[in-house]
Design a protein. Structure first.
Length: 295
């Protein structure tokens, strides 16, 4: 059903997508999470066939700061968290097409084999909270205490291990960014807590990959406030990525990089997603129907 809707919408939005695909005045900024190989490869093949040049965060920085002119169709690709699929499904495509991508790693996930929210979701019937969503909104210390009290995570690991991260680095196509140690909500931490989280991520990544991930940060879950931005500036980061829909334009605030999410849907859906047309369209429909978002 979703595929059929995507194909109909693609047909309706075809002209707009074509117009977006010609833009050279802004950087196309796209990101994913737990990625399957086939939808990702189809998307990459499409972007390659449409003349896109895949770039690193360093290049994004030179383009937005005006050090280099924006005169090509550039795309910056990133993946959040450090899912195992980054190694299994994404890396082979990067190697095949010889393109770079940025991986924002939450290092506790690498140590444990899962993320705190996966453990919370497995234990969603717990009496310790009403719903998993509540955990994202609490002060960080309180959240961490509750997670520690939950029954252990069950199942195979869902994150990359150290050896896989090293192979990613060795490939030459993966570059890394900081995503905090325990995937904390930056705005639910004190400045000291956030600072310690970022340093721990940097240290562990340096030990594993020799890259201390101090160039670019990705706000876990997109959460940020003034304190967050102060901390990442103090730490010397040059860029930070949000989950706000949109392109990256020359002159943009380097700590407020927009990104459009793609997922494991069909190519037509992903093209609407990467050009920022999918979610706003459905939000408009929901508003028309009077449906309220849960959050
Ligand atoms: Zn994340």
């Amino acid at each position: 059903m979703r595929k059929l809707i995507a194909k109909i919408l693609y047909f309706l939005f075809y002209k707009k997508i074509e117009k977006c695909s010609l833009r050279q005045d802004a950087i196309l900024s796209i990101y994913g999470h737990d990625q399957q190989k086939e939808p990702f490869e189809k998307l990459v093949a499409w972007l390659v066939s449409h003349g896109y040049v895949f770039i690193t965060p360093e290049k994004v920085y030179s383009l937005i700061s005006g050090e280099e002119p924006l005169n090509k169709k550039y795309v910056w690709l990133s993946f959040d968290d450090g899912w195992k699929s980054g190694y299994d499904n994404v890396l082979p495509v990067l190697e095949k097409y010889r393109i770079p991508a940025t991986f924002f790693i939450a290092t506790k996930g690498i140590e444990d084999g899962y993320y705190w929210y996966s453990r919370a979701f497995q234990n969603r019937e717990s009496d310790l909270y009403n719903e998993v969503d509540d955990l994202w909104k609490m002060p960080n210390g309180e959240r961490a205490k509750i997670i520690d009290m939950l029954p252990a995570y069950k199942g195979p690991r869902i994150t990359m291990n150290e050896a896989e991260l090293q192979k990613m680095k060795m490939s030459g196509w993966a570059n890394f960014g900081n995503h905090t140690h325990d995937h904390v909500m930056s705005d639910k931490c004190s400045k000291q807590e956030l600072s310690a989280e970022i340093e721990k991520c940097s240290q562990i990544m340096k030990d594993i990959t020799e890259d201390d991930c101090s160039f670019i940060y990705s706000y876990p879950n997109g959460n940020l406030d003034e304190n967050t931005v102060e901390v990442i500036k103090e730490k010397g980061f040059k860029l930070a990525a949000t989950v706000k829909i949109g392109w990256i334009n020359p002159g943009d605030n380097p700590f407020d990089l927009h990104r459009n999410e793609f997922n494991n849907g069909c190519l037509e859906e992903n093209l609407m997603q990467i050009y920022g047309l999918w979610t706003p369209f459905f939000n408009r429909i929901k508003r028309l129907l009077g449906v309220r978002n849960r959050k």
